[in-house]
Design a protein around this ligand. Sequence first.
Ligand SMILES: [Zn+2]
Length: 303
Amino acid sequence: MFRSINAIEFNKRFCDNESCYQYLIAWKWGKGYSCSRCGCGESIKGRTYYHRRCKQCRYDESVTANTVFHDLKMPLLKAFHMVFRLTAKKKGMSTTELGAEVGVQQKTAWLFKRKVQVVMKQDNHKKLKGNVDADETLPGFHTDRKHGGRNLEEREALLVAAEILPDGRTGNLRIQHIENFQALTLKYALRDMISQQAAIRTDDYTSYHTIQQDGMANINPERSQQGKAFEEIHRQIMQFKNWLVGIHHKWSAQHLFAYADEYVFRFNKRNNRKGIFHSVISRMMHQVPHPYPVIKTSCAYST
Ligand SMILES: [Zn+2]
């Protein structure tokens, strides 16, 4: 039922709103019904084919209630098409393209995509393991902290960490937004992303030495030898920056964390791309809804 899916299968399977609702019904009630109000396990027919009414308390619940699909501003079929495009495409899509392909306004596409990005949020329980390289970057700026100072006012910095496999390639990736380059900030960001059993390698920036002296045993700051020692992580950072600019053109600093989450989610699932669709829908069905006003912020919509 929930196996991997390609574009042809997708179009065949999700041809109208009803087929999408049936799919959500299978996610929500496929293994049995339980009333979200009183916990009763028995239901009768609800108001529509995608409602179930509790036999005991009579609460009539839609399949999208208490899920991210609640209060959708477009037909469910369009939302499914968007999730499919955002997950099946190697690099995802800008909301300008997304809106045009699915037939909704860019603003609507942007708001929905933010909801999808929220469920792609990086999981702090899944920490990087083994040999991990870490480095910081300032997307959108040519200067880095080594040449451009450490004043981050009006700049956004990211800490990138990657598992380096025995053959030199990257395993899983994590990217976190950081406020500054102080030892304490970097230390907690590293702890969030990387297992305490992993061996972390960084360049020899002062803050990393401070972290080491403060007792973080698994960090090893090392001379970068003009970047040669850190080729793989630098390549990953370049790829992320290229993606950010290539897909999103005018990304907004305020949502940089969300783009990082989206990128990392897709990157870490790159070997099972066809399964991402189901995984995202499943997360959307199991998370509480994020009301648009929470997601929508004062800044202009990015692409
Ligand atoms: Zn009930």
